[in-house]
Unconditional design. Sequence first.
Length: 129
Amino acid sequence: MPVYDYKCNEHGLFHELASMEQAAMPCACPSCGKLSARVIMIPPEVLAMSPARRQAMAKNENAVHQPIFSTVDYREDQAQRRAHAAAKKGCGCGDHTAHPDRSSLRQKAIYMADGSKVFPSQRPWMISH
């Protein structure tokens, strides 16, 4: 049986074993017994990771299953892309980031089992869309 993460409004996060059939059902908090919703936790290092590093890791992961063969055409295409990136930063083509070393995800999000997001450490009066 897998271990799922749940979040009690009063006591915070806890982990419980549950069958896959019970994955979407709430679980009783071990401290107070209230039913608590399942949450999907994302490690903070993934949220704070710069987009350039995230893209490099995704490319590395894809390389296992989709290796890139160095051909003359591929090298020419890469040279053109590098020249474009160097000459036209902020040109609006969508291939560039203004600050590749900064993450656009500054806040820690907790994803609920139904797909909604909550930001427990941020402004509690704001509603996420």
